[in-house]
Design a protein around this ligand. Structure first.
Ligand code: GDP
Length: 369
């Protein structure tokens, strides 16, 4: 690879080390293709032969360059967010980058993970409230589940109504399910010849992938932006299933006394430090269903973690540095969020501590459920 081989599809420098990054090809496939002049990275290969888009990611700088391109054109921005990892999937400063006049249509994905009893309008209001804090006023909010797209037609109709002869740019961070969604859209549209790889955004390593729309405009898939604080980057591949749940999350409620601790596998920890009330504190945990919760006394919790990490308390983060604690006192009903892993719904007037690896954000937000 020293001479620098480039993919004829997207122009990315070929590499065999990181399958999430542009230009990836497994070593075995590279060796097979070495003598051909048609070297394709895995992503372009799948696009060409299976009509399937694979996720690929960009660094912040390249992504911001890409968004600036969008701001120079007349576009509808479809902003895909993960309802289960809302903060981890937001793109800071998005409206600034996409240009004043370009409307933003928010698609809250993975609605299948939230309790079925939760009313869609309540979720949408909560989404609007969270976006308002970031200065985003979407033209519309839709909920979807790209993995089980029962309402894909309705979503496409909304996009068509909102775009008014504009190109459509689909943006999102990695792991929000953007590729899954685009692949569903491709499936529901005609086929192979529909897909075109158009010219590269200057300064980025990747071509954009465009799906032609009826009036000559395009629906354009943009690479996912990597957010280093997403929990997915903290676990080994085999443990990703605990961070990217597949099924409706079951609420698990504990009645806790002060000075009790609950471990969330070996990935995170929750301490109830104090409560204003004499009653037990009801804490409801929303985490992947197979992630074991383990209650113990706060006093011995540090030693307990050291002794049982990787066994009783499993899985554990890749990084062996241990967990960092963040203390909060709730003023209203609130969620203590372990970004990208899940959250704990708490009553007002409790002092708590949430622990996660150093790179992962831990914070309080308005209760979602
Ligand atoms: P991208 O990085 O945004 O392109 O994300 P992907 O499409 O690769 O999806 C990331 C992960 O989320 C994968 O494990 C998908 O199976 C999962 N996923 C995508 N859409 C949904 C959904 O609607 N519900 C659930 N539960 N998981 C989803």
């Amino acid at each position: 690879l020293q001479e620098g081989l480039y993919c004829i599809g997207c122009g990315a420098l070929m590499q065999c080390s990181d399958k999430e990054e542009a230009g990836y090809l497994p070593m075995s496939a590279l060796q097979k293709q070495l003598n051909s002049d048609q070297l394709l990275c895995q992503r372009c290969f799948r696009l060409r032969h299976y009509n399937e888009i694979q996720p690929v990611s960009l660094t912040d700088d390249d992504f911001i360059k890409l968004l600036h391109q969008v701001s120079d054109s007349k576009a509808l921005i479809v902003y895909v967010l993960d309802l289960f990892d809302f903060s981890g999937s937001t793109i800071p400063g998005l409206p600034r980058f996409v240009g004043e006049g370009n409307p933003i249509f928010v698609v809250g994905n993975k609605v299948d993970l939230l309790p079925k009893s939760l009313k869609p309008n309540k979720i949408k209001d909560w989404v609007r409230g969270q976006l308002k804090e970031q200065g985003i006023k979407p033209v519309d909010v839709a909920l979807t589940s790209a993995a089980h797209p029962a309402n894909l037609d309705a979503l496409l109709t909304t996009i068509d109504d909102l775009r008014q002869n504009r190109d459509v740019y689909v943006v999102g961070t990695t792991n929000v399910g953007k590729s899954t969604l685009i692949n569903q859209i491709i499936k529901s549209k005609t086929g192979v010849q529909e897909l075109i790889t158009t010219s590269r955004f200057p300064g980025t390593t990747l071509d954009q992938i465009a799906i032609p729309l009826d009036d000559g405009q395009s629906l354009i898939d943009t690479p996912g932006i990597i957010k280093a604080d997403q929990y997915a980057h903290q676990v080994a591949d085999k443990d990703l299933k605990y961070v990217l749940p597949k099924n409706e999350i079951k609420a698990r409620t504990y009645q806790l006394n002060p000075e009790q601790t609950v471990f969330i596998g070996g990935l995170a920890r929750f301490d109830l430090i104090a409560s204003h009330s004499d009653e037990k504190t009801s804490a409801t945990f929303y985490f992947e269903n197979n992630l074991n919760l383990h209650r113990t006394k706060l006093a011995g919790a540090d030693d307990f973690y050291e002794k049982h990490r990787g066994e009783l308390l499993a899985p554990v983060p890749k990084d062996k540095q241990g967990l960092v604690g963040h203390e909060f006192t709730t003023k209203t009903t609130a969620d203590l969020v372990i970004a990208g892993l899940g959250f704990i719904t708490l009553p007002a007037g409790v002092t708590v501590k949430g622990y996660a690896p150093k790179a992962v954000s831990v914070f309080l937000r308005k209760a979602m459920i």
